[in-house]
Design a protein around this ligand. Structure first.
Ligand SMILES: Cc1cc2nc3c(=O)[nH]c(=O)nc-3n(C[C@H](O)[C@H](O)[C@H](O)COP(=O)(O)OP(=O)(O)OC[C@H]3O[C@@H](n4cnc5c(N)ncnc54)[C@H](O)[C@@H]3O)c2cc1C
Length: 501
């Protein structure tokens, strides 16, 4: 982050956050804890915080730990299971729980019950090949301390005891298998975001502006960003100044990043994938299911479209949700504009976009199939997981919008990525978060990394290092190869957050 002296007649914020989602909220609170004297301004175009992807009904609320998500444990050509990605994601979510526990213990977060609950995470498969894959996956994962305690069963009676809805009415001749991890969680990222921002708003030096849209940027030689902000109520625009800008605008980040005109933004494009759920409207049915049950993704589908039958805890009620069904819309935000995709196309990213499109025809075919699905076909997909589902108990709801990253690639011309990408300028004065997966669960790990990249000197200081260790007891260490540390930190965060052990 540059430290050039600003014009003393104009106020300059240390930090400007764009978007009131889980990413800006996490970064804002983290920076405030590291240095309470930092001045932080946040701007959000909507009239409420966490109303886009971070809202509980717009995402699946899975605390992604790779306990149940089969796409994080691919089978290698030699038949072995690669668990490196699973270890990484599980470790990242442990970091999230550590921060939330520290913020609960110091009173920053008033009540963990408002945003996190224990719920077993299960994988469920059918067919002999898939049963064999799951058996091998379980055997590989339990070698890592992060997955200790994971159960496996190919016994229909045992699986029925775990998840009766999944087994009732199923063909008894069908080979089935499941794994179950009782340490899984359901997270209401909307509640969590609002709690974090509630704390931040009360801090001296921090201000939040809802109903304000960021329109443009200029970076001058003095190292200060001039950011054009429109007050959507009055229609008036003004310039605010900041030393560091974080573009945490979710699907809106790509278009804003392009406007910064930093060289690092060149060649990025976005591919929007919308989503829908089936929401159970019968509380008696919802009460009979108590797990997040993830299956195998259909051929050609993007990894985040893995079907799952999910118990959710939202606003004090137990809910049941199935999906997501993918779709296509040219909007980059759920409350965005149909011109978003077209406005993101520029000379610098047209080649990667075309190449990525040509190389992902399977995905295109899958999305077209999803968009054209009838109600009966959606019910048929649900019945793979809940054979006795009654259409009268379910209604279709629109989920959040994701924008997958398309990146310039020397060899391939352009590649479609399904992870998240943090783009920072060479001087660290601006950072943007693109992409969507594994998403909110890994917000803490992403923001800790971002702080180290954009505030390198401060991050190395004894004071910030000590604070990192206080907030994140396993900071700088690996849990996957340290069973004792993994047990201790997990026990601590689960106890403070009131989660199963
Ligand atoms: C269907 C679906 C399922 C998901 N399931 C999971 C899951 O189970 N677990 C998980 O961990 N993650 C999941 N995710 C991903 C997760 O929801 C996102 O990674 C996360 O919410 C992104 O947070 P964010 O703060 O970056 O963006 P958002 O929450 O989208 O917030 C961005 C904010 O920026 C604002 N904004 C945009 N443009 C501007 C502008 N110009 N000026 C001012 N404000 C602006 C928007 O209005 C919005 O409020 C899922 C996502 C989807 C869509």
């Amino acid at each position: 982050m540059p430290t050039a002296a600003p014009d003393p007649t104009k106020p300059v914020s240390d930090v400007l956050l764009i978007g009131a989602g889980i990413m800006s909220a996490t970064l804002g609170v983290l920076l405030n804890k590291l240095d309470p004297s930092l001045s932080i301004q946040l701007f959000e175009r909507l009239d409420t915080a966490a109303a886009e992807s971070s809202d509980a009904w717009n995402n699946a609320g899975t605390g992604h730990s790779a306990f149940c998500e089969l796409n994080y444990t691919p089978e290698s050509p030699d038949g072995s299971i690669d668990i490196s990605k699973a270890d990484k994601i599980a470790e990242q979510f442990e970091l999230s729980k550590q921060l939330w526990a520290s913020l609960t213990a110091d009173g920053t977060l008033p009540d963990p019950n408002q945003f996190i609950h224990s719920i077993p995470h299960m994988s469920f498969v059918w067919g002999s090949d898939n049963v064999e894959y799951l058996r091998k996956r379980h055997a590989a994962l339990v070698q890592s301390p992060l997955f200790a305690g994971m159960e496996f069963s190919a016994d229909p009676a045992q699986i029925a005891a775990w998840v009766p809805l999944v087994m009732q009415g199923r063909d008894p001749a069908q080979p089935v298998a499941a794994t179950r991890m009782h340490l899984g969680t359901d997270v209401n990222f909307g509640s969590l975001t609002r709690a974090l921002l509630g704390y931040l708003a009360a801090q001296p030096g921090a201000t939040q502006h809802l109903g304000h849209e960021i329109e443009d940027f200029r970076h001058k030689d003095d190292g200060i960003w001039r950011v054009k902000v429109k007050d959507l109520a009055s229609g008036e625009s003004r310039i605010v100044r900041a030393r560091f800008v974080f573009i945490g605008a979710g699907g809106g980040s790509l278009n804003l990043l392009e406007k910064t005109e930093i060289p690092e933004a060149q060649g990025f494009g976005g591919f929007p994938v919308s989503g829908q759920w089936l929401r159970c409207t019968n509380p008696a049915v919802a009460a009979r299911h108590g797990a997040k049950v993830y299956g195998k993704a259909a051929v050609g589908s993007p990894p985040m479209s893995v079907p799952h039958l999910d118990t959710r805890q939202i606003e004090g009620r137990q809910e049941l949700l199935f999906g997501p069904y993918a779709g296509f819309s040219t909007k980059f935000l759920k409350q965005g504009s149909y011109t978003d995709l077209f406005r993101s196309i520029e000379l610098g990213n047209i080649r990667p976009l075309l190449y990525a499109g040509a190389r992902n025809l399977g995905l295109t075919r899958y999305l077209i199939g999803q968009v054209l699905q009838s109600d009966e076909e959606r019910m048929a997909a649900l019945r793979d997981y809940y054979p006795g589902a009654n259409p009268a108990d379910w209604k279709l709801a629109v989920a959040g919008q994701r924008v997958q990253v398309i990146k310039k690639d020397k060899k391939e011309g352009g590649v479609l990525e399904f992870g998240t990408e943090v783009v920072t300028s060479a001087d660290g004065s601006v950072a943007a978060l693109l992409g969507a997966s594994p998403g909110a669960s890994t917000a803490v790990a992403i923001m800790v990394d971002l702080v180290q990249r954009c505030f390198p000197q401060q991050a190395q200081s004894a004071a910030w290092q000590a604070k990192f260790r206080e907030l994140l007891p396993s900071f700088g260490q690996h849990l996957a190869d340290n069973a004792a540390l993994c047990r201790v930190v997990r026990e601590h965060s689960h106890t403070v957050l009131g989660l199963a052990l």
